[in-house]
Write a protein of this length. Sequence first.
Length: 309
Amino acid sequence: MPPTQVKAQTDLNMDLQPNNPASYTSGAQASSTKQLADLNVANSLASIVHQADKNGKQQPLETEGHQESATRGGQRQGSFRSLFASIFLTFGIIEQQQTLSKQPHGRSSLTKPKATLERTRKLHKSVLPPPSSDDADKKCLVLDLDETLVHSSFRPTTNPYLVIPIDIDGTIHQVYVCKRPGAEEFLIKMAKFYEIVVYTASLSKYADPLLDKLDPEGVIGYRLYREHCVQYEESYVKDLSLLDRNVSQTIIIDNAPISYIFHPRNAIGCSSFIDDPNDCELESISRFLTNFHDVNDVRDHLHIWDAHY
């Protein structure tokens, strides 16, 4: 079944730099020690892919944006053209403090918020339809894309997994993609137990050709993009309450803690993948999620995971 592609565009930034390669495979491999924050986020190329650095800190976002339509399997389904009224909601301080107290040493965690912290959230209608009949009895697994499943760069790399040509202001630029080891196998295995949703703060014109390559068997049920994120403190947050899924049955995997700050107990905070060929974190997460796919409430168990599971 083809994934639902909930498309649109709003603008953002990224830490990638432009290039003018003579070929798709020329150039040197970007170093995994390169700080993403050191790259040029002011360039217009930063509007395509949204990334976090190796410590999980998101790049700052831009304010201007574009928009495109929402489609399912290539058919127009309308668009999310407006973010309705803004309201202030007091965040679950107790929930986050409980999460912090349960996390084992070494696991990435959220900064303890002030007691008076309030979140500005946008009123959306649900961004997902009900699960398909094949996924109706499964928990929902929400996956980040950049630095969780792949890492992309405008710098030419050796033997890229994929090169995506993207038109920006009439100029074609090449995006070089490095795949996290085991990403394709992870998707296939997890789809046996979970409804798979990819939720990215990047734009669909970059994410779609990448996901088409990464998911040839079509196990990803839905794709959500930047316009389905909530802007908070100059970052994009992936608000699980917008998915119309039971939150007790929903898991998000993301390398940026700010992305799941509204639902910290639903998160597995993975490390940021850049280009390590020996990375085995998806294998660890796969073992964990296979063992815990039938628990009553995922929020009571996700704190157990660490990279050595």
